[in-house]
Design a protein around this ligand. Structure first.
Ligand code: CP
Ligand code: NVA
Length: 309
């Protein structure tokens, strides 16, 4: 049994195995309808319990379909409908019940500590479906999408992030170290990546490039990523923060400074950081990006269940 909480904790060899398996499985089922399971049904009869403390569309749908295509099923909980969410039950007791009823647990939460506590008491794997500090399933899937579209290892590409220093960027930074790719980050000085993540990069003798000028950050980019300036439950003055990011909007002028065949990715939902001139252009691959989460999460589930070959 393995957990999938943070890319930092997972050897790159295992991350590569997940991507390889996802590629094979995606190819094999290209003619199958969405609800038809993969031929080998490796997770037949298994139940993934997913719990959301924050809104979700893509993560919810993709995990539901991922385990279904592996032969299992999901049960989706909202934490405010449980005793735990109302303060009437401990994490330890909730975790023990989840372990008795289910085979895996996917949690989207507002608290990194909660994931650690659940992990301590669960006897089934836990998957981090977004926390304040990371969004590992999203980023691993995005690496899959980049390599699928660019047809080369991500280590041979220039990756740029334009936007807030949030959970998705933290995971992308970790991925840049694990998979050895060049990462340029463009953001206002006030919103540069947090110290804890930059120190981790330094401890691995690696670096990321930070620019306070969006044009410099996108120069020579093969891939431009962005994400919402205001993340879920971001406790800030929203108007002010959006204003502070006004020079970091991905529009057709900015993207013209990147490579000609550059692609644009965004995990969605989107906000003021992206202009329709790019979002709706041929460079934008956001729908494929969203769909690929099913394929990569299937292999993440197999990894967690000890079934990855
Ligand atoms: N990208 C992503 O995680 O989307 P949801 O918030 O809709 O799950
Ligand atoms: N950074 C965003 C990602 C949403 C999928 C958030 O945390 O809201």
């Amino acid at each position: 049994m393995k957990h999938f909480v943070n890319l930092k904790d997972i050897p790159v060899r295992d991350l590569r195995k997940i991507l390889h398996d996802a590629k094979k499985r995606k190819k094999k089922r290209s003619k199958l309808n969405t609800l038809i399971p993969d031929k080998d049904v490796p997770l037949k009869g298994k139940l993934l319990i997913q719990m959301f403390e924050k809104s979700s569309l893509r993560t919810r749908l993709s995990f539901h379909l991922a385990i279904k295509q592996l032969g299992g099923g999901t049960l989706t909980l909202r934490s405010n409908e449980l005793h735990l969410g109302e303060g009437g039950e401990t994490i330890e007791d909730t975790a023990k019940i989840l372990s008795v009823f289910g085979d895996g647990f996917m949690l989207r939460t507002d608290s990194d500590e909660k994931i650690i506590n659940f992990k301590k008491y669960l006897s089934i794997p836990i998957i981090n479906g977004l926390s304040p500090s990371s969004h590992p399933t999203q980023v691993l899937s995005d690496i899959f999408t980049v390599e699928e579209l660019k047809k080369k290892p991500i280590s041979k590409l220039n990756i740029t992030w334009i936007g807030d220093s949030n959970n998705v960027l933290n995971s992308l930074i970790v991925a840049s170290v694990k998979f050895s790719f060049q990462l340029n980050i463009g953001c206002p000085k006030k919103y540069k990546p947090k110290k804890f993540i930059l120190e981790w990069v330094k401890s691995k003798n690696k670096k990321v490039n930070i620019f306070y000028d969006a044009k410099k950050a996108v120069k020579n980019a093969d891939v431009i990523f962005s994400d919402k300036v205001i993340s879920l439950n971001d406790q800030v003055n929203k108007k002010n923060k959006i204003k502070e990011f006004k020079n970091f909007k991905v529009d057709s002028n900015l993207i013209s400074f990147a490579k000609k065949n550059c692609i644009f990715l965004h995990c969605l939902p989107r906000g003021s950081e992206i202009d329709d001139s790019v979002f709706k252009s041929v460079k934008s691959k956001v729908w494929l990006q969203a769909l690929n989460r099913i394929h990569v999460q299937k292999s993440i589930l197999l990894y967690c269940f000890g079934k990855l070959r």
